[in-house]
Write a protein that binds this ligand. Structure first.
Ligand code: 5AD
Ligand code: SF4
Length: 340
């Protein structure tokens, strides 16, 4: 076997050059080794997280994202507590034990409003993951105290110049500060990056992976960039990001053997069966979208987002059946990094 893979298997450490070697090669063993490390550490289980996209209102203008504030074509919505609890009840009735609240960055949901919703959701005995972008320390602290367990905040890219070019009026330093705040508050902290951004180098992708390791991220979501027609990156070059994303995911598994890695929706959108391919290459989590159809069809971060046009019950059942038919054990536990 390839020497770099041998080393990774034993030490779970790689240098930047070694990561770049794996990224630029096409060694199928990478996926096999990632899968065996996943099986040793996480078993054959796939953990489910019920994703609620509770608002698409966003004050940011990330160049790649269809929900950016300047995209006036988006029909904006925000779910109230009752709408959210309806989706939670559906998920709970199907056995799901983790709810992910994801939304654009806006000031409508104050820490106080969120805390109230979080407390209600916690009464269903589920874990809660938040994915609502950059907030100050006091907000992160308040919602943690209300019961939030985990937080997702992708770094998107560790190439600082590229980060600043793609995120007007945002700062790379503050992004890092947010991640450190989340870690220090005791959240299970997730990060991740977009693969295939215009101007992104292989070296910077290797640095992304080393960043996940250095942060000791508890979850890492890797997704291919998919150009959205109503964004400044509409005409960006777009080729073969699926394979690179799969490699990044697999290498992340080599370096962080026991973390949770989702097979992202963007992987499924780019390739039929993309989810299963990812789950056989290091991923161990699936996040079925349980947002009601009338809302989620307006959550178009990128075009043709998988699952956006199906009723929740159909999506969830077909995902679970698909996993079982591939011989995965579907886990109905909360699925923390170090405990079930
Ligand atoms: N293609 C793929 N993923 C995207 N995201 C935003 N825009 C796109 C796009 N065009 C991802 C970002 C963000 C997550 C919620 O969606 O990485 O963190
Ligand atoms: Fe808003 Fe997130 Fe989209 Fe950026 S990626 S515009 S913060 S929804």
């Amino acid at each position: 076997m390839n020497k770099v893979l041998e080393k990774a298997k034993i030490t779970h450490n790689l240098s930047k050059n070694e990561i770049m070697e794996l990224l630029s090669g096409n060694d199928e063993d990478l996926y096999k080794v990632a899968n065996s490390i996943k099986n040793e550490n996480k078993g054959n289980k796939v953990y489910l997280r019920g994703l609620i996209e509770f608002t698409n209102i966003c004050k940011r203008n990330c160049f790649y994202c269809g929900l950016r504030a300047e995209n006036k074509k988006v029909h904006r919505y925000e779910l109230n507590e009752d709408n959210i609890l309806k989706s939670v009840e559906f998920a709970v009735s199907e056995g799901i034990k983790t709810i992910v609240l994801q939304g654009g960055e806006n000031n409508h949901y104050t820490a106080e409003v969120l805390s109230k919703i979080i407390k209600k959701i916690k009464s269903y005995d589920v874990a809660i993951t938040l994915s609502i972008g950059e907030r100050d320390y006091s907000d992160y602290k308040a919602v943690k105290e209300a019961g939030a367990d985990r937080y997702l905040l992708r770094i998107e890219t560790t190439d600082k110049n590229l980060y600043n070019a793609l995120h007007p009026k945002m700062s790379f330093e503050n992004r890092i500060k947010c991640l450190k705040d989340l870690k220090s508050l005791g959240y299970e902290t997730g990060t991740g990056s977009l693969i295939g951004l215009p101007g992104q180098s292989l070296k910077s992708i290797a640095e992304d992976i080393l960043f996940f390791k250095e942060l000791n991220a508890d979850m890492v979501g890797i997704g291919p960039f998919i150009p959205h027609p109503d964004t400044p990156l509409a005409n960006a070059d777009f080729c073969g990001n699926f394979d690179t994303s799969l490699k990044v995911m697999a290498i992340t598994r080599l370096l962080l053997p026991d973390i949770n890695i989702p097979a992202t929706t963007a992987m499924e959108t780019l390739k039929p069966n993309g989810r299963i391919i990812a789950l056989n290459s290091g991923a161990n989590v699936v996040m079925p979208n349980i947002t009601e159809l009338e809302f989620k069809k307006n959550y178009m971060i990128y075009p043709n987002k998988s699952g956006s046009f199906t009723q929740n019950s159909e999506t969830l059942k077909s995902i679970i059946n698909g996993l079982k038919s591939e011989n995965f054990e579907v886990s109905f536990s909360k699925g923390f990094r170090n405990s079930d």
